[in-house]
Design a protein around this ligand. Sequence first.
Ligand code: ADP
Ligand code: MG
Length: 212
Amino acid sequence: MQIQAEHVIKFVELVAARVKEQRDFLTQLDSAIGDADHGVNLDRGFTTVLSKLPSVADKDIGSILKTIGTTLVSTVGGASGPLYGTAFLRAGMATADRFELGPDDLVAALEAALEGIQTRGKSTRGEKTMIDAIAPAVDALKAARASGDDLVTAMRKAVAACEEGVKATIPMLATKGRASYLGERSIGHQDPGATSSLLMARAMLEIVEGIS
Ligand code: ADP
Ligand code: MG
């Protein structure tokens, strides 16, 4: 199975649509432990990304991802803008000049994205952030591929791990970002960034399932 530039474009279009659908839900989660802007921030960013896609449609995957990353950094704002922006930029660096990716290239790009978020956010697992959704997903994806699963099967396992990761943020104490200002009161709420990461993982699975 090969992932082409058109699939990357379709993925981002799907993410933009889902972010719009879930904007109020994401913002509601952020109102409990943040400043009630996560859905609005992401919707603004991905709407701008959509307007940039026609100008990169014939470019290599790395260039497309880098354009998405720089657009997110400059339009989303908050903590999640630079973090998701960095994730797409790092994935773009890992796929520079490529018009096609095999399954293991995708895994490498996702690993690079996760590393970028951790470096930029100075954060690690267990701090009630998007990392608690993304890191278990990347682990599950790698383990599934190592055991011989095809990409669709591996991605399904990754999404299941991501869902568990999101649930696991509920009892966590936030030690990064705005939610950390609440201290103990951050406990008992689902992290908004982990939730938007799950939205992206589900969109990625849908695109991969559609590639024959
Ligand atoms: P802000 O908190 O600045 O308003 P958003 O509301 O858009 O930004 O995003 C909040 C989300 O960002 C959190 O739910 C969390 O998942 C993520 N986040 C915040 N700080 C960090 C960090 N240092 N590392 C990783 N993720 C973080
Ligand atoms: Mg916020």
